[in-house]
Design a protein around this ligand. Structure first.
Ligand code: UD1
Length: 429
């Protein structure tokens, strides 16, 4: 298993181009199952998660062609002229939870599907009950056995009113992916408003879907009988953007984050400014600057978009470990999402976790140590912390990082970070 070694203490200077959003790309890839025509996705990130899903889509009958030097950057062309199998097996779905989102498109297109219940990050229970209730409301019959969901809708899906008891990104996207081909109108009440949902709506609309209410909590979808192919550019990754913004704040220095949107992470930027980080917002991104002064502690609470993203909570906690004062960090989206706290403590952080709340007492200096990545965002928080720790930190189990961060060592290294990958065989780069 690969590891990443970081020697802290280097200021970061330069520019980091942000990749396309992982969480958008994987839902857009699933949308390719809804049409027999090619879907061309540009600004695609190249990540373990997109590879996993590509493998699954091939199994279902799609051709998946990756072009790295397309005219608009890395692109993926997905083409499923017919569905050759409507079975998504455990070995492919368990590697990436969002693979479960092929269930809706498969039922919508073929009238039946058998999809393994998902695995994914170990952050709490993460059930899929809302996804299944929504598909049932759309007229699919659902059976669960042997770890699989068996869904049937031989006469097709029918529009329905679906009111979610709480906001779920995945369930909102999954319902959209099924309802676009259902007969009649579907209304989703209490829909999530994350930018990735807006991106999915834009792409589906280009494919011929009729969807109203983008960026609001009520979506109405008028089903169509078929969708067409299209070309669509994936939005920038707001979590990657926020992570590098926090990395610069932690290490000190001045870095321009390009090919991205600062408005996607406004809730984070406001907190960073309150802590003493200088942010300059621009048309194609932002500049993050911190001189030598110690940052101030700030409290945060995670919320659905446009609130503070749960996917940036671990990285923000890393920043707070060296701030002056006490920061209270409340996690409201996922239970059990503080697995990074004991790992940060190995670097010398002073953190007490009580239920959904962590109290971080800032210390003047962290010290390098061996640490373990436990999930995608937690692992990158260890990298953020290591950038300011004295001495060497080795992050083990970086396959978590590879799921969601494209060329992380290269991007940080280009700005002066002392970071290198140790390959599993030799312990060398
Ligand atoms: C997505 C993102 C993830 C992000 C999260 C919240 C992807 C691939 N992942 O995850 O990075 O952290 O949004 O912004 O896009 N829940 C249920 N039943 C359900 C579905 C969800 O109880 O059927 C619960 C979850 O356990 C969680 C909460 O709802 O506590 C929110 O989850 P959800 O918004 O669905 O997150 P994901 O789509 O899994």
């Amino acid at each position: 298993m690969d590891r990443i070694a970081i020697v802290g203490g280097q200021r970061l200077e330069g520019e980091i181009p942000i990749s396309g959003a992982k969480n958008s790309a994987i839902k857009l890839m699933a949308a390719s199952l809804l049409t027999d025509q090619p879907l061309r996705l540009t600004n695609m990130p190249r990540l373990a998660d997109t590879r996993f899903l590509g493998r699954l889509l091939r199994r279902l009958g799609a051709e998946v062609q990756e072009i790295d030097d397309g005219p608009d950057g890395p692109e993926t062309i997905l083409h499923a002229p017919e569905i050759v199998s409507a079975i998504a097996p455990y070995d492919l779905v368990r590697q990436m939870r969002a693979s479960f989102n092929v269930l809706g498109p498969l039922v919508a297109r073929t009238g039946h599907a058998k999809v393994s219940l998902p695995g994914g990050c170990t952050i709490g229970a993460r059930p899929v009950d809302l996804h299944l209730k929504a598909l049932e409301a759309l007229g699919a019959s659902i059976d669960l056995h042997d770890g699989y969901v068996f869904a049937q809708a031989p006469r097709g899906l029918r529009g329905a009113r679906i009111e979610f008891p709480f906001v779920s990104v995945g369930a909102t996207e999954h319902t959209l992916l099924a309802a676009v081909l259902a007969e009649g109108e579907t209304v989703i009440v209490n829909a999530a408003c994350e930018p990735e949902i807006g991106d999915l709506i834009d792409c589906l609309t280009r494919m011929g879907a009729k969807i109203e209410g983008k960026d609001t909590s009520t979506l109405s979808i008028k089903g169509v009988s078929r969708l067409n192919g299209t070309t669509h550019a994936v939005i920038p990754d707001r979590i990657e953007t926020g992570t590098y913004a926090l990395a610069v704040a932690m290490a000190g220095g001045e870095v321009r984050l390009t090919r991205t949107r600062s408005d996607f992470i406004e809730a984070l930027l406001v907190k960073m400014e309150a802590a003493g980080v200088e942010i300059t917002r621009a048309n194609d991104g932002l500049t993050v600057k911190r001189n030598g002064a110690r940052l101030k502690s700030v409290d945060v609470e995670t919320e659905a978009y446009p609130g503070f993203a749960t996917d940036l909570q671990a990285q923000f906690m890393a920043l707070m470990t060296m701030a002056d004062g006490v920061s209270v960090i409340r996690e409201t989206i996922f239970e059990n999402r503080f697995m990074h706290a004991p790992e940060l403590a190995r670097l010398g952080a002073d953190i007490t976790v009580r239920g959904g709340e962590a109290e971080v007492r800032g210390t003047p200096q962290l010290h390098g140590a061996q640490v373990m990545a436990t999930d995608l965002r937690a692992s990158v928080s260890l990298v953020v912390a290591a950038l300011a720790a004295r001495g060497e930190t080795v992050v083990n189990r970086v396959y978590h990082l590879d799921r969601g961060f494209e060329r992380l060592e290269e991007k940080l290294g280009a700005c002066g970070a002392d970071i290198r990958r140790l390959s599993h065989d030799t312990g060398e780069e």
